[in-house]
Design a binder for this molecule. Structure first.
Ligand SMILES: [Zn+2]
Ligand SMILES: [Zn+2]
Length: 506
């Protein structure tokens, strides 16, 4: 049976006794709440903080049941029906969701004409389902169906067993909505979370998510190091960039099949609840509430990094993407604009220049000037080579970061991309460095180095270099510049927008 035939025998998913559970974001009173992954595991323990254990009450609701079970103390949760088989299906098509739709509702975000839109679609699967992804994939390949049409189908009614500290047992049906008035410790991690959660079963694992107001989420992802005692204008700039980047991540919809909007690791943004938030961060978030950056009506994604090294970088050179007008790279530190850092001599000259300011904190200084040594043997080993006779720098990007280099020995190994180059030399802070010693220009005008037994590197910068430089933002704030001065330097051509939720969403 070919793919075309399969399309003809399509069946609505509701026939398979499944319910919509890919619904993630919620809009309440015009406020956007997003669903963020907290934990995915076989067992989940919810634990009140020791000092507030007697006042903590955890309310648990089953979907469509208006009754609430109040529980106290520690809750140990596990799947009760572990022998239940997973359900994988072949997605036939997505239709716009309407009032008569009865399949799986999948919500995703899109940015369209100045607004963030929530798109609702009805997922329609073939009537054949499979117990594992492998079996589904084998079937799909046999029938010339693309791999990405094989998807996990969330099934309603997985039973979880909840055991309380008093050894009471409850058997409840997923998905569960969980509310806690006070912070909970989850699986004994250091972080705590309070408010509203969902517990689902996805592919034989428990998935715990938090439904959180976008502004609270933004406060939770502002990097800690910039938060302690940083001037408020720098924190406000950071709040706008974190918020804009969060919206951009939503529009990427990387997790639309996972049952949540964003994960809590570096894949999306690191989010660990409220425990890192200090009053300065909170006031920066509150005073810039809803503000994001756009450019010509489009969302202007706002990457940021710790220290550019002097000049910020171009997104398209670092990530090999389309050039973005607000991410082409700008001079950050005084004196850099007269230099061309793509040229070896001028890059070396700048790296050797002392640009450390006594007002800088230790992490800023660590990004402004650093050195690193690695033996030639170790470097060769990292590259999968026996030895290295010659190193060629093929390209430096606009910030001076090396983005393309080749190593010659028993074979030639070419390394492209700043992240890979940092890794090869041993977790470098940036790829804006030079190898100490003599260098020559080869026939093609590329820099050629004959390495010694030990390579001594000198560098500047910390991170990828694209977008706002946190160190530069702090310096500008110390000089009395406003958060808008900071944002318009690092993201030229952008403007602040606050009214970006679509009317449909409100
Ligand atoms: Zn993610
Ligand atoms: Zn900078």
């Amino acid at each position: 049976m070919g793919y075309k035939t399969l399309v003809k025998v399509l069946l609505l998913i509701s026939v398979l006794n499944l319910v919509p559970s890919l619904k993630a974001a919620e809009i309440r009173n015009g406020k956007l709440y997003i669903e963020v992954l907290i934990e995915t595991a076989k067992y989940i323990t919810l634990q009140p903080e020791p000092e507030t254990v007697s006042e903590t009450s955890i309310n648990i609701y089953e979907t469509d049941l208006p009754v609430c079970r109040k529980m106290t103390g520690n809750l140990d949760i596990e799947l009760a029906n572990t022998d239940k088989q997973s359900c994988w299906g072949i997605l036939l098509r997505n239709e716009p969701w309407n009032d008569d739709s009865r399949g799986i509702l999948q919500e995703s975000f899109e940015w369209s004409d100045n607004y963030l839109m929530l798109r609702q679609e009805n997922l329609i699967y073939a009537d054949t389902t499979f117990v594992s992804r492998e079996v589904a994939l084998a079937y799909a390949r046999e029938h010339n169906i693309p791999d990405n049409m094989v998807q996990y189908i969330p099934i309603v009614g997985s039973i979880v067993k909840i055991t309380t500290s008093k050894k009471e047992k409850y058997y409840l049906e997923t998905p569960l909505r969980i509310q806690s008035n006070l912070p909970l410790i989850i699986n004994h991690h250091r972080e705590t979370y309070s408010g509203e959660f969902y517990l689902k079963e996805i592919d034989n694992k428990l998935v715990l998510t938090q439904l959180i107001y976008l502004e609270d989420y933004v406060a939770g992802v502002i990097p800690y190091e910039i938060g302690s005692n940083a001037p408020i204008e720098a924190l406000k700039a950071q709040a706008v960039t974190a918020r804009t980047h969060s919206i951009a991540l939503l529009t990427f919809n990387r997790h639309k099949n996972d049952g949540y909007d964003l994960c809590n690791s570096t894949h999306c943004q690191v989010y660990k609840g409220k425990y890192l938030i200090n009053p300065n961060i909170q006031s920066a978030v509150d005073s810039t509430s809803d503000q994001i950056l756009t450019i010509n009506g489009k969302l202007a994604d706002t990457p940021y990094h710790s220290n550019c090294g002097g000049h910020t970088d171009a997104a398209h050179q670092i990530w090999n993407s389309q050039p973005l007008p607000h991410l082409l790279g700008v001079p950050c530190v005084e004196g850099v604009d007269s230099l061309d850092l793509t040229q070896e001599k001028q890059a070396r000259q700048w790296i050797d220049k002392n640009t450390i300011d006594p007002l800088m904190s230790s992490w800023e200084k660590a990004g402004m000037s650093w050195s690193h040594t690695i033996s030639r043997k170790k470097l060769a080993n990292n590259l999968g080579m026996n030895d290295i006779d010659k190193i060629v720098i093929n390209q430096r990007s606009v910030s001076g970061r090396i983005i393309d280099m080749s190593f010659y020995g028993s074979k030639r190994v070419q390394i492209i991309g700043e992240a890979k180059i940092r890794e090869i030399f041993g977790a470098l802070r940036s790829s804006f460095f030079y190898i100490d010693g003599k260098y020559n220009s080869n026939r093609n005008g590329k820099v050629e180095i004959i390495p010694d037994r030990t390579l001594s590197l000198k560098g500047k910068g910390y991170g990828h270099g694209v977008g706002m430089c946190q160190s530069g933002a702090l310096r500008m704030a110390r000089e009395g510049k406003s958060y808008w001065n900071i944002l318009s330097l690092y993201y030229p051509g952008t403007q602040i927008t606050t009214n970006w939720m679509s009317d449909e969403g409100k």
